[in-house]
Design a protein. Structure first.
Length: 408
């Protein structure tokens, strides 16, 4: 029985929900007369751009039919319990344009299961893009998931039409890929990104944004393994960012967590924080995690975790520390460092001065001195400082009317 557009949309949007790597790059494309869309406008929003704007994207698969049998994937070939559907390139392009005209979306995030072959699937995606860009003159944001193993010629055409591309590694090691996704290899997944990087550089323009997704908690790799891989990919210029996805059990497999296992959401959050340190605070992966501490502390943010493992660098004198040193003080971010450096030109700063500058001292006070003054609340030891930072706080509850006025 043929499925109508509404059924297909329900099936294929639901099948796409486990892919988290769909943040818009914020790449500006100016409006041109006779064309539809521009990525600088705001709309009804569901995801954030690099510059902080919230935008809406139509997040959908071209098809959830797949010839791959990845054990962790809801759309795997052997899963007979889910309905299957497929859009034609024309259908998906028409839906995107109609949604855009109704202000439902600002752009498109397009991925797909692999149908027939990698190149065949990429050709269908490319046809969709050509209809949108050339026929409808759609100038809005488009993020395309590159198919592992597709040809360089197809990647070249997609890069010319998309704002961002990605290819999901999913699992951090070759051993896990071989065990759970036998159709994939790290080389096969990364090859399209290498093509895209090289093609972008050949054009002598700003390289197209590229990203990937790593599943957290499906396999036994440590945070060290994950952050080391992310760091290598950043250093090779293959990625603008890595997305970390806490594994949600959807399939039964002896090599995967049980279906009643809770997704490791806090671990995912800590990895994002550590990733921020890699990208913006000049930390290296082996400073954050190492053989002695292969996993992040879920009770502490990664910068505090690093500081407690390296107390020999502290306490830092706030009036003498360099910009690079200030950025490594827990609780003080880039804006706080800017305020401190600017204020130091006029006077030596005290703890009261930092409060006036609205610098949070909740964490920082244990790692700094101001005019050689140091907090005297607790001993300068890792265990004492950690206990102070993670001490249980009094639970606050909203009082009700009868709590305030008593019984009548």
């Amino acid at each position: 029985m043929r499925k109508d557009i509404f059924e297909k949309m329900e099936i294929l949007s639901n099948s796409a929900k486990y892919d988290v790597s769909c943040s818009s790059s914020g790449e500006p494309t100016s409006f041109k007369k006779g064309e539809l869309g521009a990525t600088h406008s705001s709309g009804i929003c569901h995801t954030y751009t690099a510059d902080g704007r919230c935008v809406s994207l139509l997040k959908v698969l071209l098809t959830n039919f797949c010839i791959y049998d990845c054990a962790y994937c809801i759309n795997r070939k052997s899963n007979d319990e889910i309905p299957r559907a497929a859009f034609s390139p024309r259908q998906l392009a028409d839906i995107t344009i109609n949604f855009y005209k109704r202000n439902y979306i600002e752009g498109l995030f397009l991925s797909s299961g692999i149908i027939e072959s990698e190149d065949h699937t990429m050709v269908l995606i490319l046809r969709t893009l050509k209809i949108l860009r050339h026929e409808y003159k759609f100038n809005g944001y488009i993020h395309v998931k590159l198919i592992p193993g597709c040809s360089v010629e197809l990647v070249k055409e997609v890069v010319a039409l998309a704002n961002r591309v990605s290819s999901n590694i999913e699992l951090p090691s070759d051993a896990s890929l071989k065990l759970l996704a036998p159709n994939k290899t790290k080389q096969k997944v990364l090859q399209p990104l290498k093509y895209a990087r090289d093609l972008s550089l050949e054009k002598q323009t700003k390289p197209i944004g590229m990203s990937t997704q790593l599943i957290v908690g499906a396999t036994p790799e440590s945070d060290k393994d994950i952050l080391k891989l992310s760091s290598v990919l950043y250093n090779k210029g293959l990625l603008k960012r890595v997305y970390y996805s806490a594994y949600i059990p959807v399939n039964t497999n002896k090599h995967l967590p049980a279906l009643n296992t809770k997704p490791p959401m806090l671990r995912e959050h800590r990895l994002y924080q550590a990733d921020w340190l890699l990208r913006f605070y000049d930390f290296t992966w082996d400073e954050i995690v190492n053989d002695a501490n292969p996993n992040l502390d879920e009770e502490l943010d990664p910068k505090t975790f690093w500081a407690l493992n390296n107390l020999q660098h502290f306490p830092m004198e706030i009036n003498k520390a360099s910009k690079e040193e200030l950025l490594r003080i827990p609780g003080i971010g880039a804006r706080g460092v800017f305020k401190i450096i600017k204020a130091r030109r006029f006077k030596r700063l005290s703890f009261d001065d930092l409060k006036k500058l609205k610098i949070s001292l909740k964490k920082a006070k244990y790692f700094i001195t101001c005019n050689n003054e140091f907090q005297r609340e607790i001993a300068f030891r890792p265990d004492s400082i950690k206990s102070a930072l993670v001490a249980p706080k009094q639970k606050l509850t909203q009082p009700c009317l009868f709590d305030m006025f008593g019984e009548f």
